[in-house]
Structure formats: C-alpha cells, structure tokens
Design a protein around this ligand. Structure first.
Ligand code: ZN
Ligand code: ZN
Length: 164
C-alpha cells in the first residue's frame, strides 16, 4: 500500500525495530536455545474502497514466546499534510492538524456519492437517492467541493453559494 513518510518511518519502523531486536536477541546463537520466528500480518484498511488506505492493522506474534504478541492500528497520516483518502489527493496545510473544511467561511452542508463526481444540497432528490454505503455528508465551502475534492455542482439542485 501507499503510505506516507510518517507512516513508513515513524509508525511502522518503531514496530519493525521491536521485532528486529527480538529476533536478534533470540537468534539461536545461545547454547540450548532455539531461534525465534515472528509471524507478521499487515492488513490495509481501505475504508469503503477509498483509493488511499486510512491505515493498517499490524499484527505480530512470536511462535516461540509471548514477548512479541500484538495488534496495532497504524494511521496513514502525515503531519502538515491533509489527505483526501477518497481520491488520493493531498495538499500541504499550515498547521500540524488537517484542515477541517466545516470550520472555513461559508461552509455549507452538501451530499455526494463516492461513486459519482456530482455534489448536491441535502434536499436534492438525487441526494436522497444515494445509498447509505456511498453517501458522504460534508460541511464545506463551495470552493472546497470544486477545487479540493474536484466535484461538480448538480445541475438540478444547483448548490451554488449565495454570493455566486
Ligand atoms: Zn520470541
Ligand atoms: Zn442535486
């Protein structure tokens, strides 16, 4: 899977080092001691078929002892970068925290479907037809919908801002 630098370096490496240290300690060199082997299973979490995984479930289990036996969820994130997991688009942001579009000026409630490029007002009949599985409800400025998410305003409900 495609992971951010933070994900690969800070999150994964920490656990890989724990495992590497363990395997080095129990490498079978010591008299009367067998070599330890660690099973690892990594499952990417593509929440609702997004293009970029939100994270992964990282499981490790030593076959010879209980020192290594964990399952952790690692978030695929990057400080200073906002990722749209739906499309894979990402952009730098000024702060450490991702931008929450609902806090921006003129944020409006919109609805779109994960399998469509069109966004709607919640009252639109097409918005009401979107299945729960694909339905995304978002509060964001019009510009965010068009420029950041690359969605197209619906021709029926015309979800333009008041000053458009
Ligand atoms: Zn072990
Ligand atoms: Zn519409």
């Amino acid at each position: 899977m495609t992971g951010t630098r933070f994900f690969n370096i800070d999150a994964n490496l920490e656990y890989e080092n724990i495992i590497a240290d363990h395997l080095e300690e129990y490498n079978g060199d010591k008299e009367g001691e067998e070599m330890h082997q660690v099973l690892i299973r990594v499952t990417p979490d593509f929440y609702q078929e997004n293009l970029v995984a939100h994270g992964e479930i990282y499981e490790a289990d030593c076959m010879q002892c209980d020192d290594i036996d964990f399952a952790v969820y690692m978030f695929n994130k990057q400080p200073g970068v906002t990722i749209d997991y739906r499309t894979g688009k990402n952009w730098a942001n000024d702060g450490e925290e991702p931008i929450d579009p609902s806090t921006l000026p003129n944020a409006t409630e919109y609805v779109y479907s994960r399998d469509s490029d069109t966004f709607h007002l919640p009252t639109c009949r097409y918005a009401k037809n979107i299945s729960d599985e694909n339905r995304v409800e978002i509060k964001a400025p019009y510009e965010w919908m068009v420029d950041t998410l690359n969605l197209v305003p619906c021709g029926t409900c015309k979800p333009y801002p008041a000053n458009f």
